[in-house]
Design a protein around this ligand. Structure first.
Ligand SMILES: Cc1ncc(COP(=O)(O)O)c(C=O)c1O
Length: 375
C-alpha cells in the first residue's frame, strides 16, 4: 500500500488540457488573462457574488480587502483564536491591531458572544473563519457586526463546497476569500480569490491589486501592491472548479468513512454538520473528549510511531511566538480555544486517500484510544 499522505490534490487530464492551452496560447492580447477572467467570472457567479479578483493566495486576498476597506494603524480587527495565521497576518500588514475571540466547542468557529465581547470603539472588522469547512453561526454573527457597525469578512479558505441555510460559503459579509493552496480542495498550487458585491470596493481592490493603475494604463495613481494572478494557474483553477462537485464529494466521502469507522467511540468528535448546513469538509479533524485522557500532541506522537501522518489542530494564535506567546493570560480569557486545540488533531485529507488507507488509519486510532483508556 502506498503511504498515506496528509494533504494533496486530485488533478486529471481535463485540467492538464486547459493548462496546456494556457501555456501554448495564453500570452498575447486578450488571451493573456483569458483564464483568470473566466475563472473569476464563473467562480463569482457560482457563489452569487457580483465581483471576483484572483490573487496569488488567500492571504493576499484578505490583505487586499482590508486595504480596500481602509483599515489602518489604530484600528482593531477581530479574528478567532483557532485558525491559520493566513487569516490574521493581513491585520498586521496594515499595522492595525489584532484582537482574538474565543471559539465554539462544537463548530470550532468564532461565536457571536465572543465577537460581541471583543468589540471596542476601535473595532473596524471581524474576520470570521469557516474552520475546516465547518460553518459558524453566520446569521447571529452578521447581526452582531451590523449592530456595532463593523464589517464582517468571511475567510472561506477552507470552505469550498460548504453551505449555511442554503447559502454557499463565500457569500457572507462584505467580502470573502478562498485559498487554492496545494493542500486545498480546489488547487492552483498557490492561489486565492476575493469575492465582493460592492462595486466601489471592488474597483478599489482592483486598483490596489496592480500597482495602483487601471487595466492597460501605465499611469500609476498610487503605490500599492502587486497581487496579480497568472493565466496558467487560473487555467488549472478553472479546470478544478469545473470538477467542484466531484472534489467536494470525495472530501465528504472521506469524512463519512472516518465517521463510520469511529462511530462507536462517541468521545471522538469530528467536524459537525448541524441541520441547515452542508460541510465541504476540507479536512476532517478529530477532537478527543477529555475523558479519553489523550492530548492532541500525544495522539500525534502515537500516530507518528505507527507511521501515520497527522497535523495539529490549529494552535490558538495568541499562544504562538508570532503573537507574543500570551498563553498564560490568553488561555484564561479564551479557554475554549485553548482547550479544544489541546485535544484535537487533523486527520489525513489528501484527495488520493483510499478506503483501505482510512481503514488502516482508523484501526491505529482505535488501538491508540484503547491503549489510552487502559492507562
Ligand atoms: C483559514 C485559512 N485562512 C487563510 C489561509 C491562507 O491561504 P493561502 O495559503 O492561500 O494564503 C489558509 C490557508 O491555509 C487558511 O486555512
Amino acid at each position: 500500500m502506498k503511504p498515506i499522505e496528509m494533504a494533496g490534490p486530485w488533478v486529471t487530464e481535463y485540467e492538464e488540457s486547459l493548462v496546456l492551452d494556457a501555456l501554448r496560447n495564453g500570452w498575447y492580447g486578450k488571451d493573456a488573462y483569458k483564464y483568470c477572467e473566466k475563472f473569476e467570472s464563473e467562480f463569482s457567479a457560482y457563489h452569487d457574488r457580483k465581483y471576483a479578483l484572483m490573487t496569488p493566495n488567500c492571504t493576499t486576498a484578505l490583505h487586499l480587502l482590508l486595504a480596500g476597506l481602509g483599515i489602518e494603524e489604530g484600528d482593531e480587527v477581530i479574528v478567532p483564536e483557532c485558525t491559520w495565521v493566513g487569516s490574521s497576518a493581513c491585520i498586521t500588514y496594515q499595522r492595525a491591531t489584532t484582537v482574538f475571540a474565543d471559539i465554539d466547542p462544537i463548530n470550532w468557529c468564532i461565536t457571536p458572544q465572543s465577537l460581541e465581547r471583543a468589540i471596542t470603539g476601535k473595532t473596524k472588522a471581524v474576520i470570521v473563519v469557516d474552520l475546516y469547512g465547518n460553518m459558524p453561526q453566520m446569521e447571529a454573527l452578521q447581526a452582531v457586526a451590523d449592530k456595532n457597525g463593523i464589517a464582517l469578512i468571511e475567510d472561506a479558505a477552507e470552505a469550498v463546497g460548504s453551505m449555511y441555510d442554503g447559502v454557499r460559503a463565500g457569500k457572507f459579509g462584505i467580502g470573502s476569500a478562498f485559498s487554492f493552496h496545494r493542500t486545498k480542495t480546489i488547487t492552483t498550487g498557490e492561489g486565492g480569490m476575493l469575492l465582493i458585491d460592492d462595486e466601489s470596493l471592488f474597483e478599489r481592490c482592483k486598483l490596489l491589486r496592480d500597482h495602483g493603475r487601471r487595466p492597460g494604463s501605465y499611469y500609476n495613481e498610487e503605490i500599492t501592491f502587486k497581487y496579480m494572478p497568472f493565466n496558467i494557474q487560473a487555467a488549472l483553477g478553472l479546470g478544478q472548479f469545473h470538477r467542484i462537485d466531484e472534489l467536494v464529494d470525495r472530501k465528504r466521502w472521506m469524512w463519512q468513512l472516518y465517521k463510520e469507522r469511529l462511530a462507536d467511540i462517541p468521545e471522538v468528535q469530528l467536524n459537525p454538520e448541524p441541520e441547515g448546513t452542508l460541510n465541504g469538509v476540507w479536512c476532517t479533524a478529530a477532537v478527543f473528549d477529555s475523558s479519553l485522557g489523550i492530548s492532541g500532541l500525544a495522539a500525534q506522537s502515537y500516530l507518528k510511531e505507527n507511521d501515520m501522518p497527522s497535523r495539529p489542530f490549529f494552535f490558538p494564535l495568541s499562544s504562538l511566538p508570532a503573537y507574543g506567546s500570551q498563553e498564560a493570560v490568553a488561555s484564561k480569557l479564551r479557554p475554549i480555544a485553548y482547550d479544544v486545540s489541546s485535544r484535537g488533531i487533523c486527520l489525513p485529507c489528501a484527495l488520493n486517500t483510499t478506503e483501505e488507507q482510512i481503514h488502516l488509519y482508523t484501526n491505529v486510532v482505535r488501538k491508540m484510544l484503547n491503549h489510552s483508556k487502559l492507562n
